[in-house]
Write a protein of this length. Structure first.
Length: 331
């Protein structure tokens, strides 16, 4: 089972379909399995007087309301259809996170097989129930949540009709960027073990090492924000990977997948020829006459490893030489 890598374009298209397509190109070239956008109606998502997050105030116009910031980043139905079709030509899965009931319906009508629930909706019972009723594959992010909240969300999804086998829970931290000391990657395994469920990691740290570590710790899904350029205008660019970093991350994850192997400890095909070269055998330390007894003085242990295994040392000592040996000859 290969790690499912979601390249999160999010709102980094800045409302431009051309930019969105360029992001799809980058994700496809990097070898990600899916590219993910966000589907929302600003009117349904935030009230007109809702404040922006501190990091959003730093990365966007602080005078602008959260509503006005988000309104510019909305994608309409036609744009969704166009991006979905474009993803097909680029051989990458189109995903989007819905933020309201209308958006859930829009994505369902587009035939999406996987529904991604963002951290902010984990306590939204009607929303969770609506997604649960679709009986699709669900990926649930858990930023800001504790174990009790995850359990509640899980129960709602399952009771609404989604099989537990179709749910993957992502450990996440919603701070952009996440400080290393707040990542708490071991909590990802706690989630997997406690709920006996597939797990992964949605990352907002700077860099790619935490994603690679998550794969080594058993993550089956990795989600990571990316952009064309970190210095672009908009809330999430600064904490996103640039194209070369996304390529490096995917490559590293695929290498780690290969490196994890099957868990059985045995000589690998590539190192088997080294056994003869690197291991040692019992050899004559000096010339030995036929009939002489083998002792610790007239025997020693040297390479190569194609003679008697030195583990047999105690059995050989004290026995008679069956022939003459010259110094360094294999016994």
């Amino acid at each position: 089972m290969s790690v499912f890598i979601i390249a999160e374009a999010g709102v980094n298209h800045n409302g431009s379909i051309e930019l969105a397509k360029k992001l799809i190109d980058v994700a496809s070239k990097a070898g990600a399995d899916a590219v993910k956008f966000q589907t929302f109606k600003a009117e349904k998502l935030v009230s007109k007087n809702a404040d922006k997050a501190a990091y959003q105030k730093e990365t966007t116009d602080s005078e602008e309301s959260q509503f006005d910031m988000i309104k510019k980043l909305e994608l309409d139905l036609q744009t969704h259809q166009e991006l979905l079709a474009y993803c097909k030509t680029k051989n990458i899965m189109f995903l989007s996170t819905p933020f309201d009931h209308e958006s859930i319906e829009l994505l369902d009508n587009l035939g999406l097989k996987i529904f991604k629930i963002p951290s902010g909706e984990i306590t939204n019972l009607p929303y969770l129930r609506k997604i649960g009723e679709l009986n699709k594959q669900v990926i649930l992010s858990t930023g800001m949540a504790d174990m009790g909240e995850i359990e509640d969300a899980l129960n709602i999804l399952i009771n609404a009709g989604t099989s537990k086998n179709n749910i993957t829970i992502l450990h996440a931290n919603t701070m952009y960027p996440t400080p290393m000391e707040d990542v708490n990657l071991k909590a990802m395994n706690t989630i997997g073990d406690s709920f006996d469920i597939a797990y992964g990691y949605s990352d907002h740290t700077l860099g790619i090492e935490v994603d690679i570590a998550a794969v080594a710790m058993g993550a089956s899904v990795i989600e990571k924000h990316f952009t064309l350029d970190k210095t672009m205008e908009g809330p999430d660019h600064k904490a996103s990977l640039e194209p070369h970093e996304l390529i490096a991350m995917v490559k590293a994850i695929r290498n780690i997948e290969l490196a994890l192997g099957d868990g059985i400890k045995k000589p690998s095909p590539s190192e088997t020829p080294n056994i003869v070269v690197a291991r040692k055998s019992i050899v004559a330390a000096q010339d030995i006459q036929k009939g002489e007894l083998f002792t610790g003085e007239n025997l020693t242990i040297k390479r190569p490893g194609n003679g008697i295994n030195p583990m047999q040392w105690d059995k050989i000592i004290g026995t008679q030489a069956q022939k003459d040996y010259t110094k360094d000859e294999l016994i």
